[in-house]
Design a protein around this ligand. Structure first.
Ligand code: SAH
Ligand code: DHB
Ligand code: MG
Length: 224
């Protein structure tokens, strides 16, 4: 099989899975439309990854979820859907305007009661959360500025308990981590190595097909 054919086949398989397991959903489509109309960048997780996030949160039995990087709340809605009635999700976002769009999207999704979007630099917000004894969170999803990832991983660990799940988006970057040609790819490769070697974690990166192939790191926090 030549490479073009293989690539086309992978895309078709991805679409097949997406249509079957993450079919168009009026609430999610409305959220994307609102985000687009407000001029937000279209860098939300794809539909199938959204479903994966929801499923992982369900499997983890998550009651408290932490998200770093809200954008318009698209991934937030998926994660919040996995929560029980009395569950809660805290999502951190630097941009006040994005946060406002996200709050509206979450409210329109009927999840306003379970979700709190906090505005600020996640590094500062996370430091305050640790200081104030917040947590532990059952699941953390890291998807903000990529330069901050190593720090976010440490904060997420401090806000976790044994058994918590830590997820990190965009860790394959079109395969550029294999042979890093830029700073971001190098930093991501370093991060993957850290996650792989961290004795506090049991982890794997799951490659995912997107516009360009990317991946989600999935790490379970081990007991001490
Ligand atoms: N999780 C979203 C996508 C997030 S995009 C989804 O899949 O739907 C990354 C987001 O991180 C952007 O909205 C950006 O404003 C935010 N961000 C960037 N730097 C940040 C920082 N230092 N603290 C908090 N949020 C940050
Ligand atoms: C991009 C994609 C993401 O999932 C993200 O979190 C940030 C940026 C991108 O495609 O540029
Ligand atoms: Mg992302």
């Amino acid at each position: 099989m030549n490479r073009d054919h293989l690539e086309e086949l992978l895309v078709q398989i991805d679409l097949y899975v997406e249509e079957l397991f993450a079919p168009p959903d009026p609430v999610l489509e409305a959220a994307l439309r609102r985000s687009r109309d407000a001029g937000l960048p279209e860098i939300n997780v794809p539909r199938n990854e959204g479903k994966l996030l929801q499923l992982l949160a369900e499997i983890a039995g998550a009651r408290r979820v932490l998200e770093i990087g809200t954008l318009g709340g698209y991934s937030t809605i998926h994660l919040a859907r996995a929560l029980p009635e009395d569950g809660s999700l805290v999502s951190l976002e630097l941009d006040e305007r994005y946060a406002r769009v996200a709050r509206e999207n979450v409210r329109e999704a009927g999840l306003g009661e379970r979700v709190e979007v906090r505005v600020g630099d996640a590094k500062e917000l996370l430091a305050r959360m640790v200081e104030e004894g917040e947590g532990p969170f059952d699941l953390a999803f890291i998807d903000a500025d990529k330069e901050g990832y190593p720090e976010y991983l440490e904060w997420a660990l401090r806000l976790s308990r044994p058994g918590s799940l830590i997820l990190v988006d965009n860790v394959i970057r079109g395969g550029s981590v294999l042979d890093p040609g830029d700073e971001l790819a190098r930093a991501t490769r370093d991060l993957n190595e850290r996650i792989a070697r961290d004795p506090r974690l049991s982890a794997l990166v799951l490659p995912l097909i997107r516009e360009q192939i990317d991946g989600l790191a999935m790490a379970r926090v081990l007991g001490s």
